[in-house]
Design a protein around this ligand. Sequence first.
Ligand SMILES: *Cc1c(COP(=O)(O)O)cnc(C)c1O
Length: 464
Amino acid sequence: MTRPYDALLARAHAHALDYLHALPDRHVGATATRDELLAALRTPLSPQGEAPEAVIDLLAAQVPRGASACNSPRYFGFVIGGATPVSLAADWLVSTWDQNAGIYVISPLVAVAEEVAGEWLLDLFGLPQESGVGFVTGCQMANVTCLAAARHGVLRRVGWDVEADGLQGAPRINVVASAESHITIDVALRYLGLGTKCIQRVESDAQGRMRPDALRALLATLDGPTIVCAQAGNVNTGAFDPLREIGAACNAHGAWLHIDGAFGLWARASADPATRALIDGVELADSWATDAHKWLNVPYDCGVAMVKSRDDHRAAMTSAAAYLIQTQGVERDAVDWVPDFSRRARGVPVYANLRALGRDGTARLIDDLCARARRMADGLASEPGVRILADVVLNQVLVRFGEDDDLTRRVVVGVQEEGTCWLGGTSWQGKAAMRISVSNWATTEDDAARSVAAILKVWRQLRP
Ligand SMILES: *Cc1c(COP(=O)(O)O)cnc(C)c1O
């Protein structure tokens, strides 16, 4: 009997371990140019094909220079997160099992694991246990899913079935978001046919938090179906909109409150009362979007959509077709809760990671990284000419060098080239800033200290 998988998977396993073992020491950025990568990868598609071993070796050979080490413990760009060993192992199994996790009948195991993982998430986040849960590709699609449920919910209440009748001729929906909402909210509104021009912006304060007085004033002028998008965790500062006040205002007005908590929702899993206080009132919302591939540190890709009204969630997402064998009972068909039809069993690594971490391990994951972010901010702020631009309340740090946009951008590029760590730049309230996001389970105190030292070394070389 031939065993077509053995040799190839052994090879992939060896390449995977090489990659993982090199992570702590390699240059954190990608160093190859597009031309160099094209020279390595582009070839006319051969008629006869090539040896699979050679193809796998070729890809693996390009990784050290062609891929950034975005799961390195010293990668602080965007909000990325690594992959814990158990979640990576579970993800390997997911690929191996090759389950189409769209409907229960294909994969009862996956459907049940995702059902349980969803219950655990609602519990960790302190959200109503009866909420609908869908595992999607990321917070972008979680925002789409939640806002589709919102669109359905607010129109249903005024007697309009948007799933059947669409938006043409529908009652107008007021859409409210903060000046600081994430771009994926705009994109979600585009996908949903509401467009972006309809967004009424609410002013934010100096930390990037929606001003509840401004929201109340705006709501007082609005009639009819209304959706408010608030945020737990500003992508630059980590700041939280004051959710209890916002929730109270939305509930009083009868508006649907959606919360984008891509990484910030995880503050609720913290053991630190100060961190948990940031997200006080989160349960007052109607829907919540978050990521598992960021702070929970499961491999890409995995986001989570949660909607308090299961009926609105399901009505917005469900698919039915004659040939589908859908459950009539309590079994869960994922197609009812997500935009996808066929899909990856991406909730399984979430199940594995949460089960392995437990409540305390999840809290430690959150609290340790907040502590590392504070440590990095303190280390940088003690250097003359370096300023932290916003309160470090979570895992995000904004840094400015020499009160100078150009200098700040040059320090960012200098650090990227130096290679000890990687981080990006941003613009915060009109000022260029370095942006540090501490989101990887593997980032140690030593990684934080080495990164601060590397950043300061570059700054000392560049400062006037
Ligand atoms: C990352 C992020 C998103 C988008 O999430 P993806 O997982 O990249 O789709 C949305 N909102 C906020 C606040 C984010 O940080």
